[in-house]
Each structure stands twice: as C-alpha cells, then as structure tokens.
Write a protein that binds this ligand. Structure first.
Ligand code: FJE
Ligand code: FE
Length: 402
C-alpha cells in the first residue's frame, strides 16, 4: 500500500469489524456524508409520510448549514428495507440513588412552557449487526436519518461475549456510552481502561484520535445506549479526554411520580457535572402511571426522545402512546411535555444539542468537515501520525496484547 493509493481497508488486523450496509463499518468504507441530507424542504403540511403524525408546522434545524433555523429537511424512509427478526429483551431497573425534592427547595420542578415541542417524525429502531457479532438498534445514523445535527449515531446495543466491539479508531466526535444492564470493558491505546457498569456513564471525547476496544464484561447480556456527538471544526482535533461517572454519582431528582437521571445538562433543579464541548442535554426519565412532566429545551436546539420501557404520550396529549425502541424527533419549541397513561412505568431518554451547522464528511468512525480532511485522517491512521502514534504497537488484551 502506498500513500498515493487510496486504501481499500484501514490496515486493521483480523478479526476486525467488517463493513456494514450503512457504511458505518471499517472495511471498506466509502460512504461520505458530504453535504448531509439535502432533500428539498417539505411542504408546510408534510409529516414525512406518516399519517399518524400531526402536520409539521414549525421549521426544524435538522441539518442546517448555518446556525439560523432552516426549513425542515428529512429523509423519506425506504419502504423495502430488509427486516431483521432478532429482538432485545427487558432492560434493567432504573438505578435507585435518587434525591427527592424536599432537599431541593426553590428549584423549578414543573416549569411552564410557552411553546411545547411536538413529535415531527417517528422511527422504529430495528436490530442490525455491528462490531463483531453485536446487535444494535440504530436510530440516528441509519440510512433514513444519517445525521441529526449535532448527533451522528444513536445505538441501543445488546452484546454478550465473545461478541463485542474490538480494536477500532475514532476521530472528530464524542462517544457517549450509558449502560442500562450488564457492563462493558474498555481499553485504549494510551493504557486508559476500565469497566462501565449498569447506570454508569462514559463521555469520551475522541478529538484527534482514539483507538480502543469495547467488549462485554462478565456473563450475560450487556445493554446500553451509545450516542455519537459531533464536534465543531475547532474541536475536532483536540486532545482526547474522558469524563466517567459511576451510577451512584449521577445527579438524580424525583418528584410527583417522575424520576430523572441527569447525564448532561440540567433538569428538575439538578445539574450534571459533565462538560459538553458541543452543548448537549441528555436526561433519563422514569415516569410512573398517571404522572406528567414538562422539561424545558433551549429553543434553537435539535432534540429527540428514545423510548426504553413502557409507553408514553409525547408532545400533545391527544396523540397515540409510543413504546420501546422508537425514536421521536421533536419540532420547534421551548420544551417537552410527556404523559404516562399506561399502567407500566415509562422510561425514556430526552437528548438535545445545539446544531453545529457545519458540513459533515464521514468515513465510518472518522467524522470531519471535508473529504480532504478524511483523506488526511486515513493517512494519519495508516501511518500512525497526528494522534495515532500509539496505535502502531498497541493491541487490546482481547486481541492478544502487544
Ligand atoms: C464503530 C461499527 C461499530 N455502536 N455501541 C463501526 F460497531 C462501532 C462501534 C459501536 C459501538 C460500541 C459500543 Cl460499546 C456500543 C456501538 C457502534 O464500536 F465505532 C464503527 N465505526
Ligand atoms: Fe468505540
């Protein structure tokens, strides 16, 4: 392989993560999201073809190339995508180290919303194979929703040994791993390693480059969410950084049948210590039967819900309840209202972020702004330079060590 020859693979030892239909794999990787989703704006009454959804009234800065709100730009779902039949079964209990409102006087727990956001698109995340024998339900990052600025991927993963995500690189974004059940062992080429257990959070800023492995720890199935948050052009090449929070240290609050775990941002008067370079909120809610919540969301941010357990009514009280493995994109407004009208507890995550409004060039785990930057990244990875130096002599323990 010479530097003038565009590599067909990234020089990874075998067994490695293989290419996948949606281009998120490693070998070969040819897909680039050059100017992300460029479908023309839909008509004012469009709801993306889903007759069950209310019309889209408000512009949503889905893939804007500037910071100002843009007309909604959506992918229409492909009708003939092959269905896969594997299912993921029940999730763990909501971790229980929750503060109560008595200890938090004078905080605004039920804020009034001027313009509640409505659901503008709904996706069911179906299982697909990723990594080495792992199963993920990918919602953001799949073909129909390649990018929801600033979010690149949302995977609900389910993995049991010997499957996992062996040695692989990242550059230009952050991976946020939030464990729901079981545990994941990780180790990187700098020697940073540990175990992310149920309820724990790892916020990894890959920046200029990380090579690592993420494998299930212990017996049984490990489940969680992995979110990829894009970094702005000014942050893509920063030094890698980890923010790791154990379950018992995650900020929590409970009131009136609503519990929240604040992964990033603020809710019900409590704040996460996580620093988000791309301003992001990430809230894990549990809502008891008949309970209702209102959560403010900054008006210029993109936001979505992913349902984990039970069924919830989101955005407007007269809409149909939505169950597990569904992603709901929210339209414009200053917050979200949710009702649980079912007997089972509802668990969902609400995630929002400030759109970057920058072009995206993606080659699997490398996310930059231009094709030239991607070409340089391939060279950097291939020749172990500009942040990938330590990849030269490193293999994870699972891959046989050094
Ligand atoms: C990756 C394929 C992958 N979702 N959820 C291609 F599988 C991965 C990858 C993951 C991943 C890891 C965990 Cl622990 C949880 C995940 C994809 O590692 F990064 C690319 N590029
Ligand atoms: Fe990774």
């Amino acid at each position: 392989m010479t530097s003038t020859h565009r590599p067909r693979d990234l020089g990874l030892p075998k067994p490695r993560i293989k290419a996948t239909r949606d281009g998120q794999g490693f070998v070969p990787l040819t897909e680039k999201v050059k100017s992300p989703i460029t479908k023309p704006p839909q008509s004012p009454n469009s709801n993306g073809g889903d007759p069950k959804l209310p019309p889209i009234k408000a512009p949503l800065p889905l893939l804007s190339l500037s910071q100002s709100p843009q007309p909604i730009r959506l992918h229409l779902p492909l009708s003939n995508k092959k269905k896969q039949s594997q299912t993921i079964h029940g999730l763990s209990e909501f971790p229980s180290s929750v503060q109560t409102e008595d200890s938090m006087a004078e905080t605004e727990i039920s804020p009034v919303l001027q313009e509640p956001r409505h659901v503008v698109r709904k996706f069911q995340a179906r299982p697909q194979h990723e990594g080495d024998g792992a199963v993920v339900r990918r919602s953001i990052g799949r073909f129909e929703l390649k990018y929801f600025d600033p979010f690149l991927v949302l995977d609900e993963f389910s993995v049991a040994a010997p499957a996992g995500f062996p040695d692989h690189p990242h550059r230009g974004f952050e991976t946020v791993t939030y464990m729901l059940e079981g545990a994941v062992m990780h180790e990187d080429f700098e020697g940073h390693k540990g175990t992310i257990k149920a309820g724990d959070l790892q916020w990894m800023t890959a920046g200029r480059g990380i090579v690592h492995s993420e494998m299930p720890a212990g017996p049984g199935i490990s489940k969680g969410l992995q979110l990829w948050v894009n970094l702005s052009s000014t942050n893509k090449m920063i030094e890698p950084r980890y923010q790791e929070i154990q379950s018992s240290d995650i900020a929590c609050m409970a009131k009136d049948g609503v519990e929240v775990r604040v992964i990033a941002g603020e809710s019900m008067g409590v704040q996460s210590p996580v620093y988000t370079r791309t301003p992001t909120m990430y809230l894990d809610f549990k809502v008891r039967q008949s309970a209702h919540l209102r959560q403010p969301i900054p008006a210029t941010w993109n936001s979505f819900v992913y349902v984990l357990e039970g069924e919830g009514v989101f955005g407007s009280e007269r809409t149909a309840p939505v169950g597990p493995h569904h992603l709901l994109l929210l339209g414009q407004g200053d917050g979200l209202e949710v009702w649980n009208k079912c007997s089972k507890p509802l668990r969902f995550v609400l995630i929002g972020g400030e759109p970057l409004g920058e072009p995206v060039a993606q080659l699997g785990p490398f996310v930059m702004n231009t094709e030239e930057e991607i070409d340089r990244t391939i060279d950097d990875f291939q020749f172990y330079v500009n942040g990938f130096e330590k990849a030269k002599h490193w293999r994870s323990e699972g891959m046989g060590g050094l």
